[in-house]
Design a protein around this ligand. Structure first.
Ligand SMILES: [Mg+2]
Length: 315
């Protein structure tokens, strides 16, 4: 077995703005494993919020590539590397290699729904983006918000898209003092779910807080180790392979979360279609799927997945 890793930059078609800041390109790290016959590919997106960079992930992967050459299996990998982007790329490369070795099959189902993300902007601009998305067939909109103009932005989007299901992602930007009022407002506007309103470090507040709508853990949920705390604080968890450190732990996390009565959202980072293919096996387990990362890129890998009208089609 041979393994190698390298980074890639994928310019976005338009800036991706969330509460933490703006991005104009996706920076990913790719791992390829090969037995000289079949090549397995995995991709990850290093995330500064979790102390990761392209350089740190490449550095983390180097010694493991040699272990793969010496016969390290996907099961062993889980014990050799912590959860995070680096393990994700390698885990998914090994999984891809295994499934190709077994004879590649069209996944079932071959189409999944996905939310359409609206990035932080003025209420008017977000309403315009909502209208465009709904006209293109989207039926679930995910609004990125920061701590300002929450009511104005959500009201504007609701007016522009009266029939769409709405979910909100605050990316840890809100405060405990204003949470109840905000949740009541969102609930009145028919918002279905609120993702990670508070900083992960302030999660304990949610334990004694009555939830007027479903609240989903994203930054607070990485692996199964987080579940005992989360179960008292959230109704839903957002599973992303870059946090779990690959599809292997992601599947185990989904099983254990379901056993605990937590709903599942399947999410992604800014990524190419490679990363969405890797997460596909979890597609039928989730109440919400947020897989539109590749639609933000100016161009995608070949062959790309096809995104159309709030759906993503395996190609
Ligand atoms: Mg999120």
């Amino acid at each position: 077995m041979r393994a190698r890793c390298f980074d890639e930059q994928w310019p976005l078609r338009t800036a991706f703005v969330i509460s933490r800041g703006a991005r104009t390109e996706a920076q990913v790290v790719v791992v390829e494993v090969s037995d000289g016959d079949v090549i397995g590919v995995g991709e990850c997106t290093p995330y500064a919020r979790y102390g990761e960079s392209v350089a740190s992930v490449l550095h983390q992967l180097q010694p493991l590539l040699k272990e793969v050459a010496d016969g390290l299996t996907r099961e062993q990998l889980q014990l050799h590397m912590p959860a995070g982007a680096a393990r994700n790329a390698l885990d998914c490369a090994l999984m891809d290699w295994e499934s190709k070795k077994e004879g590649h099959q069209l996944p079932s189902p071959s189409v999944l729904s996905t939310v359409q993300t609206l990035v932080v902007d003025s209420p008017e601009a977000m309403a315009g983006a909502a209208q465009t998305a709904v006209a293109a067939g989207a039926d679930v909109l995910k609004l990125k918000l920061d701590d300002r103009h929450v009511q104005e932005r959500v009201s504007a989007v609701r007016a522009a898209a009266p029939d769409a299901r709405l979910v909100i992602d605050a990316n840890e930007a809100w405060r405990a003092e204003t949470l109840l009022q905000r949740c009541n407002d969102l609930s009145e506007l028919g918002v279905s779910m609120l993702e990670q309103p508070l900083p992960a470090s302030e999660d304990a507040f949610l334990e004694t807080f009555e939830h007027p709508l479903t609240i989903c853990a994203d930054e607070s949920c990485h692996t199964r180790d987080d579940l005992p705390k989360l179960v008292k604080r959230y109704e839903m968890i957002n599973i992303k392979l870059d946090k779990t450190g690959g599809i292997t732990e992601a599947m185990a996390l989904a099983d254990e979360a379901a056993n605990l009565g937590l709903e599942i959202m399947l999410g992604c980072m800014l990524c190419t279609s490679r990363a969405i293919r890797a997460a596909w096996p979890l597609g039928t387990r989730a109440s919400f799927l947020d897989l539109d990362g590749p639609t933000w890129l100016a161009s995608d890998v070949e062959p790309p997945l096809r995104f159309e009208a709030g759906r993503v089609y395996w190609t």
